[in-house]
Design a protein around this ligand. Structure first.
Ligand code: CP
Ligand code: NVA
Length: 324
């Protein structure tokens, strides 16, 4: 796998998964792997690379994993994070996104944002002079995809020629995952209920990235056909944040898309199972699968910490780990 040079990501934004080339993803993974190995020794870094750096975190939606891993990650790297909610900031109400960017860039070294409209994250990134990281919008969840693919590389080594099947909603998590997985030379398959497919522009972009690296994206509606021979089955909640009003309709539409032991048996004994969490047990995934030997879900979650730390060091321009 190609790996971009140390320092080449300094000052960059991560708003959509395609913002990082596969070689740049490799750069983040290398730094993340070094940080993870260091951290697992005694849960600290002897020479933290982001001493006295600061991060503003604008969270308009609930979060456990993303919020805690960014905040704990900054602390572990020697810096700190400031949590703000939409009510604190009031972008678009109290002041414009451009003015928020202009203020924050003077105070902190980076900004993390979780909001519904993807355009707000894009506008913040376009306006701010410091790196902006998308911590989830309706359209993308790139930090999740990086942690997921890092996890898959820990499990499988190279992903070239592997098959990763997503069963469920063609949503933000699928968009980012398909982009990063295709860039690793793997085939992505999606099985979704009619009317819940992905953005065709993201599929086209992921296919173009995949074509240059031996990967591909197939979109269909039959979960059993999609999982056959798959190395990985991935699922996410049927109702994403902000769609709560549609929950009853979605529950009907997604019947038949549950990841249970029977679907896993169709895939084969090799199939591992992933979920970004939070999970709705016995809805999109059964506890038998989620807590069973195929499951990678808590390894994915743990890797949110290490991969985002790698990302922070690379984008905020910290000294590479191990170079004390
Ligand atoms: N997977 C994920 O992003 O979890 P949170 O919503 O808890 O941050
Ligand atoms: N698709 C889900 C992911 C949660 C991490 C959502 O947007 O709510």
């Amino acid at each position: 796998m190609d790996v971009a040079p140390v320092g080449s990501l300094r000052g960059r934004n991560l708003i959509k998964a395609a913002d990082l080339s596969p070689a740049e993803v490799g750069r983040v993974f290398e730094t993340a792997a070094t940080l993870k190995a260091e951290f697992l020794v005694d849960r600290r870094h002897a020479e933290p690379p982001l001493v006295r750096r600061s991060l503003a975190m604008l969270f308009e939606r609930p979060s456990l994993r993303t919020r805690v891993t960014f905040e704990a990650g900054m602390l572990q790297l020697g810096g700190g994070a400031i949590q703000l909610t939409a009510g604190n900031v009031g972008w678009g109400v109290r002041e414009s996104v451009a003015d928020v960017a202009r203020n924050l860039q003077a105070f902190v070294d980076g900004i993390v944002i979780r909001t519904g409209p993807h355009e707000i994250a894009e506008e913040l990134a376009a306006r701010a002079a410091v790196p902006v990281i998308n911590a989830l919008t309706r359209h993308e969840h790139p930090c999740q995809a990086l942690a997921d693919v890092f996890t898959l590389r820990e499990v499988f080594g190279s992903l070239a020629g592997r098959v990763v099947t997503f069963v469920g909603d063609g949503n933000n998590v699928f968009h980012s995952l398909a982009t990063v997985v295709a860039g690793q030379g793997a085939t992505v398959r999606l099985a979704h209920p009619a009317g819940y497919g992905p953005d065709p522009a993201v599929v086209a972009s992921a296919r173009a990235i995949g074509a240059a690296h031996g990967g591909w994206v197939d979109v269909g509606i039959d979960p059993r056909a999609a999982v056959e021979g798959a190395d990985v089955i991935y699922t996410d909640s049927w109702t994403s944040m902000g769609q709560e009003d549609e929950a009853a309709v979605r529950e009907q539409a997604f019947r038949g898309f549950q990841v249970d032991e029977e679907l896993c048996r169709v895939a084969g004994p090799q199939a591992r199972v992933m979920h970004c969490l939070p999970a709705h047990r016995e809805q999109e995934i059964t506890s038998e699968v989620m807590d069973g030997p195929r499951s990678l879900v808590f390894q994915q979650s743990e890797n949110r910490l290490h991969v985002q730390k790698g990302l922070l060091v690379e984008l905020l321009g910290g000294r590479p780990p191990g170079t004390g």
